[in-house]
Design a protein around this ligand. Structure first.
Ligand code: IPD
Ligand code: CA
Ligand code: CA
Length: 264
């Protein structure tokens, strides 16, 4: 597959930071036995990965802005382009040595995401998409699943952490969906949940209270794989509201129909 210069930059940056995260994952397995656990170590791993991504992406595209989960917003001279980066999505998994985590890089031009990359260094799965050019997993073209009936579908959700979000609402949502689908999953890395929808592994996914860096890359992957991404209301931009529903057009519509009224 011929890759654009822009995507080359993104892939190189993700692979370098990914090597660092993979080394750190090995160390975490040793730290699990200590009573304190690897929490401080993980927060350093996270920051180190973000700095590597910042260095590589800004070196290749000087002037672009950069929004990272760890370092916040760093303005650039070019106000039209912004990198939106989560250096480690799925921190809780990473902390526990569960190999379901990823680097997520989105590039926004004006108000539109024009490129996205999600990379899980633990299993070397690399998902990329550029506007109008399709979505790929390690060179293989992606297409969302074609199922139309919820009771044939495997759907993923997020669960609010302790002290965050609306736990009652989350339980009501789960009950409604659980009663209608073949399987409900919670994997713990929003970017990969979206990548799985793009790859047709999951038929749908929803979660509330996400951040732009959790979704920027996933949103373009799903759109380029023929799927639909919206806020829980079925219309607004989830990157602005933080509430997300995605799937193929049929399953997305089914999920909106069930979940929209619950949040009111
Ligand atoms: C989290 C993960 C998780 C989702 C949380 C996110 P982090 O990101 O994507 O799956 O449920 O809402 O905050 O903190 O691991 O980067
Ligand atoms: Ca995240
Ligand atoms: Ca993160």
């Amino acid at each position: 597959m011929l890759q654009s210069a822009l995507m080359n930059v993104m892939v190189k940056a993700a692979r370098r930071a990914g090597r660092s995260l993979k080394r750190d994952l090995g160390e975490i397995e040793n730290l699990q036995v200590s009573l304190k656990g690897p929490a401080n170590f993980v927060s350093l791993a996270d920051k180190r990965a973000e700095e590597m991504l910042y260095e590589d992406l800004i070196k290749a595209r000087p002037g672009y802005g950069f929004i990272g989960e760890e370092g916040g917003t760093r303005e650039g001279a070019d106000k039209t382009h912004t990198w939106i980066v989560d250096p480690l999505d799925g921190t809780t998994n990473f902390l526990h040595g569960i190999p379901q985590f990823a680097i997520s890089i989105g590039l926004r031009r004006e108000d539109t995401i024009i490129a996205g990359l999600i990379y899980n260094p633990a299993n070397d799965e690399l998902y990329i998409a550029e506007r109008g050019k399709g979505a790929f997993l390690n060179d293989q073209r992606l297409r969302v699943a074609g199922r139309r009936r919820l009771d044939d579908c495997v759907v993923a959700c997020g669960l609010p952490h302790i002290g965050r979000g609306d736990h009652d609402l989350s339980r009501r949502e789960m009950t409604e969906i659980q009663n209608r689908v073949a399987g409900l999953r919670r994997f713990g890395a929003a970017s990969l949940d979206m990548a799985f929808v793009a790859a047709g592994r999951l038929d749908g996914y929803w979660e509330r209270n996400l951040q732009a860096w959790d979704m920027a890359a996933g949103a373009i992957l799903i759109k380029e794989a023929g799927g639909v991404v919206s806020c829980v209301d079925g219309q607004s931009d989830p990157l602005k509201t933080g509430n997300l529903i995605c799937g193929n057009e049929y399953i997305h519509a089914e999920l909106v129909k069930i979940l929209r009224p619950l949040g009111k």
